[in-house]
Design a protein around this ligand. Structure first.
Ligand SMILES: Nc1ncnc2c1ncn2[C@@H]1O[C@H](COP(=O)(O)OP(=O)(O)OP(=O)(O)O)[C@@H](O)[C@H]1O
Ligand SMILES: [Mg+2]
Length: 586
């Protein structure tokens, strides 16, 4: 487990930490030494010194000693808690930020290997666990050791004063007894903590999936299946939580029993050695604070063990390697026009270059052209498109952008030159305008409207209750599939990038809208490179070049008439060929 990261961040808040620590020192001494010391002094005067008659003023002075020491203890304790919590909150803020930042830069493949629910659980659940743990540390880690040492110091002082060394020896023998059960419980807790958090991740996965599949759950009547799945995970979670509880709550009663035993021994010892009431009371107070300090430290250590699973789960994300990295000294991209070249590119999703999912020998897609990618489902069209903005890096070969290998460019520069509309675009919660505008925040209101017009989206936007200022809702569930696609297109058009990649971006549109968008694309193609993955003839026929994909390779390339000669192409489009309406739209 790595706590060094947390200490390193805490160091940035040194000043607050030092104030908190000093206050902790004062509070610890006031508790462990001050309280028993004054107890002895007051009790001696009041109960044992029966010969002397004290004046009322002196009595008031003596009896205010104890409230005084508690006042110091209270104020110092408060300052200690306040400043340490301040530090802790700041440490957590940074950890959460770091975690979120990491999720922004990790490669897409990372997210495909993991469930989003589990990542959410890490981001929310685990950081909350860590927060509990660090708060516990802040509360007890500094005050309690000081209290313990001060209390012990007082006991030593008392032993010397009363000349009772046997008492000290007894202390030294009993103390290690207290540590043994703690380390046992700690080990048990550590092992279970990770399992507990992993089950919480699985639970969140089930929940997230259920929410994503609201429609499927209802249409396939999957409620019972979902309930069972959820209940199973819930029971798992409860089982692990109870396993932890079994051990976690074991230490407290054990420690208390031990403490009471010690007091009983102290009774016998005091009686036999004739120790006075004031010293006994002081010893009791000192013992209380030392034992209480140990108890709290133990509770804190066990609390840390309990959340060690969360610490390591967060650590796994933070330590995750970023595989699609920028080079040390990236090349600047000056006046990008969007010439694309592929050279012996092999790519596999499974990190094995032997049976590549995609294999492109030589290919050039020149600036100013429209290139259509066609082929059967699973042939590798989307994969091919995703290599261009470096969503994945090929295992071997080169992809060049305006003659420069894209690996030597800054990812940010490269991506700002590519407008990519994926197969299932996501809209963010916000207004229609925001959703388009985010592609190029510097764009003017007119440019936003213009992009919407090109994407043939203006008509439906204006029919919404608040036009461009209508809120689309989470993932635009209140819009139709085609409307969502048009907003995604408008966003890509607004970006005004040299390369435009549309992965079945018009598949949900009616023929009329699609024709309008094709007109826009033809105009746009004059000064950029457009890649369209599409199944409809109308769209394909727009292209200067057609690439026919089959099993990860380009089976045939050329203009429309050339690929028409290919059997596979003809077979794929037979139905459309036979459809006079489709032919008419060509
Ligand atoms: N993230 C992924 N991880 C592993 N394999 C993948 C991943 N995405 C796609 N594949 C596999 O790679 C192959 C090519 O998929 P790709 O999505 O490129 O096909 P496509 O030509 O776009 O198909 P479609 O027309 O259905 O969209 C498929 O066999 C698919 O199973
Ligand atoms: Mg695809």
């Amino acid at each position: 487990m790595q706590y060094s990261r947390y200490f390193a961040i805490a160091r940035n808040h040194r000043r607050l930490l030092v104030i908190g620590l000093c206050a902790g020192l004062v509070a610890g001494i006031a508790s462990g030494f001050g309280v028993p010391f004054f107890v002895q002094r007051v009790f001696k005067n009041i109960f044992e010194d029966v010969e002397t008659t004290y004046s009322l003023g002196y009595l008031i002075f003596v009896s205010s000693l104890l409230p005084g020491v508690f006042l110091v203890r209270g104020i110092a304790g408060y300052i200690n808690q306040y400043f340490l919590q301040w530090t802790v909150q700041n440490v957590l803020l940074e950890v959460r930020q770091k975690l979120f930042e990491k999720l922004q830069i990790l490669p897409i493949a990372y997210f495909e290997r993991r469930q989003s629910g589990d990542l959410m659980a890490k981001l929310v659940g685990d950081t909350l666990q860590v927060q509990h743990a660090i708060l516990l540390v802040a509360r007890d880690a500094f005050v309690q050791p000081f209290t313990f040492l001060a209390g012990l110091g007082y006991l030593v002082y008392l032993a010397f004063e009363q000349k009772q060394m046997g008492f000290l020896i007894a202390m030294v023998v009993v103390a290690p007894l207290m540590v043994a059960p703690v380390s046992y419980v700690g080990r048990k807790l550590r092992r279970r903590s990770r399992s507990l958090q992993n089950t919480l991740g699985e639970l969140t996965d089930v929940m997230a999936e259920n929410l994503r599949g609201v429609v499927e759950v209802r249409s396939f009547n999957l409620q019972e299946r979902e309930r069972t799945r959820f209940t199973e995970k819930l029971k798992d979670y409860n089982r692990f939580a109870m396993k932890m509880a079994k051990y976690y709550h074991m230490t407290q009663p054990f420690m208390e029993l031990l403490a009471v035993c010690m007091v009983s021994i102290a009774f016998i010892y005091s009686y036999q050695k004739g120790i006075g009431f004031s010293s006994f009371a002081a010893m009791g107070a000192a013992l209380f604070f030392t034992v209480d300090a140990i108890k709290r430290v133990i509770k804190m250590l066990n609390g840390l063990q309990k959340t060690s699973g969360s610490f390591s789960r967060i650590e796994t994300v933070l330590a995750e390697e970023e595989t699609v990295r920028d080079v040390e000294e990236p090349t600047d991209l000056l006046n990008p026009v969007g010439n694309l070249q592929f050279e012996n590119v092999h790519f596999s999703y499974h990190d094995s270059a032997e049976s590549p999912d995609l294999h492109i020998d030589q290919l050039e897609i020149p600036h100013g052209t429209i290139c259509a990618l066609v082929g059967p489902s699973g042939a590798g069209k989307s994969t091919f498109a995703k290599l261009i903005p470096r969503f994945y890096d090929p295992q071997s070969g080169h992809i060049r952008f305006d003659g420069t290998d894209i690996r030597t460019l800054r990812k940010q520069d490269l991506r700002s030159c590519i407008a990519f509309v994926p197969q299932a675009p996501v809209l963010f919660n916000g207004t229609v305008r925001d959703n388009i505008h985010l592609a190029r925040p510097s764009a003017t209101a007119d440019e936003v409207v213009d992009a919407a017009r090109q994407a043939h989206a203006e008509e439906f936007i204006l029919s919404l209750p608040n036009g461009y200022d209508s809120v689309v809702g989470e993932n635009a569930v209140r819009l139709s599939g085609g409307q969502r696609q048009r907003l995604a297109l408008a966003r890509a058009f607004l970006k005004n990038a040299p390369v435009l990649i549309l992965d079945e971006a018009t598949s949900a549109l009616d023929a009329e809208s699609e024709i309008k968008i094709q007109d826009a694309l033809k105009k746009l193609a004059k000064n950029r490179t457009i890649l369209i993955i599409a199944h409809r003839f109308a769209t394909i026929s727009l292209a200067d070049t057609v690439l026919l994909f089959e099993k990860g390779k380009i089976r045939c390339r050329g203009d429309f008439d050339t690929v028409m000669k290919d059997d596979l192409f003809r077979r794929l489009y037979e139905i459309q060929l036979g459809d006079p309406a489709q032919q008419a739209s060509r």
